[in-house]
Design a protein around this ligand. Sequence first.
Ligand SMILES: [Zn+2]
Length: 71
Amino acid sequence: MPIYEYKCEECNEDFEKLVSGTNPEVLCPKCNSKNIKKKFSLFGMSGVEHPVTSSGSGCSSCKASTCKSCR
Ligand SMILES: [Zn+2]
């Protein structure tokens, strides 16, 4: 089951939700608003290590390819 990230447009609350089904109803856990925005989950990206083929990305001091200090 995928975990999606949402952001509430009303109170700016960021939260994650385990979603099952194709059209789940998600409410903000803080203010119960339906006015939320779905963000792309980073779940798949953090779990898989992509080989860095292009130069410029990634660094030698850490294993992360997306860390801000290496860019
Ligand atoms: Zn909210």
